[in-house]
Design a protein around this ligand. Structure first.
Ligand SMILES: NC(=O)c1ccc[n+]([C@@H]2O[C@H](COP(=O)([O-])OP(=O)(O)OC[C@H]3O[C@@H](n4cnc5c(N)ncnc54)[C@H](OP(=O)(O)O)[C@@H]3O)[C@@H](O)[C@H]2O)c1
Length: 305
């Protein structure tokens, strides 16, 4: 099975490569060769390589900068996926497209179900929600498309909340973190495993003419505020010797932390159906993060990058 991975240098992309099953012919072009903002290049690349699956983990992910760089965020998060779907509509290939909890406005206080209408409150969320809509229109057939929404992705590498806060807790005397935004932190490793499971099951369903869901939610279990995550990262840092003298962690409200982009207050995704459906034993985000850091540190001589 030939799989084309977009966004291979990102934190999720790296984990998808690491966890790829042995029988897979995984192609992962660089951004120069597959640039989501270059629609004709994306379209042609897919028609030239004819993958059985495309996993689109590539995105413009800087929520703050997206408010100013609207055009490029739209090209990468909406038009790029549209060109992937357009190409796949001409082939037998299928698409896994990664999306986000930020397609919702956060005004609920119960987990968001897959069929809830999207209602983004920032431009990143808007561009991702538009990407979802555009690809759904182009790939209406059963089992051809699976959008996987996830939340608060973290890993021991790359530029994400966990790695940033680890450094701040080590370097500063005091770190202020908001406590009034709630979601479910998700390890890239857990999500990568869910993606491979979804592909396997979708292929099986196609053989037996059963319908695979067009959109699923996947996050690690449990919920947290950014403050809770920072505290957990501090504990991991101390335990693993990455933090010697930890900063004082102070909870603050979102209104005390100036940002250009609005963030949903509550963006917990309801993943219960996915866990049953994929037959995944989903683990708590604290356990997932600890395990990921432990594995990574063992492999990399107890250093993070
Ligand atoms: N991070 C989160 O908290 C979070 C939460 C929910 C959903 N998601 C979604 O999960 C997916 C993976 O996110 P992530 O955290 O792994 O993001 P990431 O670490 O920021 O990686 C993004 C990837 O997209 C690539 N990319 C950026 N612009 C591109 C372009 N024009 N053409 C092709 N590739 C391009 C990047 O390449 P370069 O490194 O070369 O720029 C990188 O490989 C995204 O769809 C994101 O929207 C993320």
């Amino acid at each position: 099975m030939k799989i084309l991975l977009i966004g291979s240098s990102g934190q999720l992309g790296r984990e998808i490569i690491k966890s790829s099953p042995k029988n897979i012919d995984l192609i992962y072009p660089s951004k120069i060769n597959f640039d989501l903002s270059n629609t004709s290049q994306c379209y042609k690349y897919i028609l030239d390589t004819l993958p059985d699956w495309v996993i689109n983990s590539g995105a413009y992910t800087n929520v703050e900068k997206a408010e100013k760089e609207k055009e490029i965020a739209y090209e990468i998060n909406a038009k790029g996926p549209q060109s992937i779907a357009k190409a796949l509509s001409k082939t037998d290939g299928k698409l896994i497209h990664i999306s986000t909890d930020y397609v919702f406005n956060g005004e609920q206080n119960t987990p968001y179900k897959v069929n809830k209408k999207t209602s983004p409150i920032n431009y990143y969320g808007f561009s991702k929600a538009t990407g979802e809509e555009l690809i759904q229109k182009l790939l209406p057939e059963n089992n051809k498309l699976c959008i996987i929404r996830t939340s608060w992705l973290m890993s021991p590498y790359g530029n994400n909340f966990a790695t940033k806060i680890m450094k701040l807790l080590q370097d500063r005397d005091e770190v202020k973190v908001v406590y009034d935004q709630i979601s479910s932190p998700t390890s890239t490793k857990s999500l990568a495993n869910a993606i491979w499971k979804a592909i396997e099951l979708n292929n099986l369903f196609s053989l037996t003419k059963k319908n695979f869901p067009k959109t699923i939610h996947f996050s690690n279990s449990g919920i947290a505020s950014w403050y809770d995550v920072a505290e957990a990262i501090g504990e991991i840092g101390i335990k693993k010797g990455l933090i010697k003298d930890m900063a004082t962690l102070l909870p603050i409200e979102s209104s005390e932390y100036q940002t250009v982009a609005l963030r949903p207050k509550y963006s917990v995704l309801d993943s219960s159906q996915t866990n049953n459906f994929l037959n995944i034993r989903n683990i708590h985000w604290r356990k997932a993060l600890l395990e990921d850091f432990e594995n990574f540190l063992n492999l990399h001589n107890h250093k993070i990058n």
